[in-house]
Design a protein around this ligand. Structure first.
Ligand code: SF4
Length: 166
């Protein structure tokens, strides 16, 4: 479901007019590594991911081809590193809704979809999931068709709730 909640990302402007912040779109393994590389070089990073959590397709895999390495063993340390990095802010369940500006000084508008919980105090205990009257299969187990259908339903519910068509 979507809300009209949008966030405008702006970094600190430096004397040369450039901004010391970077937006990376996509929180898969490539986006996470890019975020770590950029954040470790001293930039503030906003990691924007449309899905409810970062990790991407690799988080759904058991093994990787052709080395047969354990996928979780490779991605888990990066998930923790990204989540704890002081220079990285994760904007999950969010999408880019506009970019203006010029190289070195962009303004990015990000639309955060509703989670209906206060993320700052949620402990992830799962009690609300157990008692929720709406049941979907876990996100990673859904087929592409099911995900599209779930997103369509969410959008319809959002439109009927706020009447904005957003
Ligand atoms: S019931 Fe638990 S998981 Fe659900 S919102 Fe509250 S703290 Fe978070």
């Amino acid at each position: 479901m979507e809300t009209t909640n949008t966030t405008q990302i702006e970094g600190t402007t430096k004397p040369n007019g450039k901004v010391g912040a970077v937006v990376i779109v996509g929180g898969g393994i490539a986006g996470m590594q890019a975020a770590l590389d950029v954040a470790n070089s001293g930039f503030k990073v906003y990691l924007v991911e449309k899905n409810p959590s970062i990790g991407g397709n690799m988080a759904q895999l058991d093994k990787t081809f052709p080395t047969n390495d354990c996928s979780t063993c490779m991605i888990s340390p990066k998930l923790i590193e990204v989540a704890k990095h002081p220079n990285i802010e994760i904007l999950s369940h969010s999408e880019i809704h506009g970019i203006t500006g010029e190289p070195g000084n962009f303004k990015v508008k990000v639309k955060k979809k509703a989670r209906y919980v206060d993320e700052s105090i949620c402990t992830g205990c799962g009690t609300c999931v157990d008692n929720c009257p709406v049941q979907y299969r876990p996100y990673f187990e859904q087929s592409a068709d099911e995900k599209i259908e779930a997103q369509r339903k969410g959008k319809e519910e959002s439109q009927s709730t706020n009447g904005t068509g957003e």
